[in-house]
Structures are given as C-alpha cells and as structure tokens.
Design a protein around this ligand. Structure first.
Ligand code: DC
Length: 237
C-alpha cells in the first residue's frame, strides 16, 4: 500500500465513530438477570434496558383498556400508538406516567406471557428496543430474546441460567415467603414452558452466546465475572 493510502486508512480508522458498547443478557425467569444487568450497567456507566418491563407495560395498559390478552389486532394497535420510554432511573414511562411498580402486579404477571407472544406486539416492541440501541450511547439489555433477535450483533452476549430449584429459592427469599418454594418452583416451571414453547421468539440459548451458570453464586459475584468478560479478562464464574 502507498504511503498516501496508508495515511487515508489510518485517518478513516481514527475518525470512525466507536461502536457503542451493547451487552445483551438472556435467560429464564428468576436467573438473576435483572439484578445482574442493572448492576453491570451501573459499573460500566451505561443505561439499562429492561425489555420485560416493556411487555409488562403493554399488558398493564391492555388490562386498563379492557383489551383481552388474546385480541391480537387491538394489542398491536395499542403498541403502535404507544409513547413508551424509560426515565433516567431505568423505569418504564408511558405518556409521562411511570408504570412502576404497577407492572409487577400479579394480574400483569399472569397475562404477560400471552400478550408478549403476539407477533404484532413483538414486532412493535422489538423495533422500539432497537431504536433505543441506536439512540443511547451503549446499553445493557436483559430479557428473553435480546441476544438472538433484538441485538444479535451485540458486543457481548450472555445466557444466565440457574436450576429451577435455585431460582425458586431466590424468588421465595425475595418475596419473603421461604416456605412457599415448592409453589414458586411450579410457577417458574410453568412460565419457562410458556416462554420456551411459544412459536414467536421462544427463549433459547442462541449460538455463540456465552452460558453463565449462577447456581450458588450471589449477584455481586456474577456481576464481577461478567465485568471481567466484557473487559476482556475471559473469566467464567
Ligand atoms: O423478565 P420479566 O419477568 O419482567 O418478563 C415478563 C414477561 O415478558 C415474560 O413472561 C416473558 C416476556 N418477555 C419476552 O417475551 N421477551 C423479552 N425480551 C422479555 C420478556
């Protein structure tokens, strides 16, 4: 290569905007994704994208509007008109209204799998998530399809897993009902089945996505391990 060409390549490389850092984390309910993704985002100084909160927001608004979780056309119309955003604390906001903690209600949790399985809902919400990916200066996203559908080209992709028993134990402690582990485990297994068995964007461990087993680990340990992997240390927990 001539000197002149070399200079041009060097200049182009120097001036090329750096690709924003996108970390995508998927896994089943109760694997600790939310705590880990939030903590990792804070350590990296990036925004956190809670994709499940978006499906929960659609479900809450559908309940409020009297739309059935099976009514695909109305749900799709609802999503397409939605001014959905996140506040700086990472909480979902629609038309200036913060929807936390209502989106965590039991009736929302009970209907969200069915609502989020509607192809029209997914198309609208995934497009919005990808827009956040372009607009924000990097992010940590967590959900069920962020490594496979939403951000398949993410800088780092992780699949966080834990056994159903471990996930139930954590959730029971979180809810302050340690005696109800068996009931919670049954609920988790039911939700896993719905999320993995659906036709559109099922929960899968995608090709090339790094598996992180979290049984017996505290969230802090998982965050540190992911931080090492993102920074190039290559350490698995
Ligand atoms: O992570 P969560 O429990 O807040 O998610 C709520 C529901 O939304 C869950 O049942 C599956 C669905 N979901 C989805 O289909 N795709 C995502 N990327 C995130 C969540």
């Amino acid at each position: 290569m001539h000197d002149e060409q070399q200079r041009a390549v060097a200049e182009a490389t120097a001036n090329a905007p750096e690709r924003p850092l996108v970390v995508a984390i998927d896994g089943p309910a109760g694997a600790g994704k939310s705590t880990v993704a939030r903590g990792l985002a804070a350590k990296l100084g990036l925004r956190f994208l809670d994709t499940g909160a978006m499906y929960r927001a659609v479900t809450l608004l559908a309940i409020e509007a009297g739309i059935a979780p099976s009514d695909a056309p109305q749900l799709t119309a609802l999503c397409e008109d939605l001014e959905l955003d996140f506040d700086p604390a990472g909480q979902v906001v629609v038309d200036g209204r913060c929807l936390e903690p209502e989106i965590r209600r039991a009736d929302v949790t009970g209907h969200v799998s069915e609502v989020s399985a509607q192809p029209g809902v997914r198309a609208a919400i995934v497009a919005r998530q990808q827009e956040f990916g372009r607009r924000w200066e990097g992010l940590v996203a967590e959900g069920r399809d962020t490594t496979t559908v939403v951000f398949p080209d993410a800088s780092h992709r992780f699949y966080l897993d834990a056994s159903p028993a471990e996930r139930a134990r954590r959730r029971a402690l979180e809810l302050g009902v340690p005696d109800e582990v068996d009931r919670i485990q049954a609920e988790i297994e039911l939700r896993d089945g719905k999320d993995s068995g659906r036709a559109h964007s099922p929960l899968i461990h995608g090709d090339g996505v790094e598996l992180v087993q979290t049984d017996g680990l505290e969230a802090e340990g998982v965050i540190e391990a992911l931080l090492e992997l993102v920074r190039g240390g290559g350490v698995q927990p």
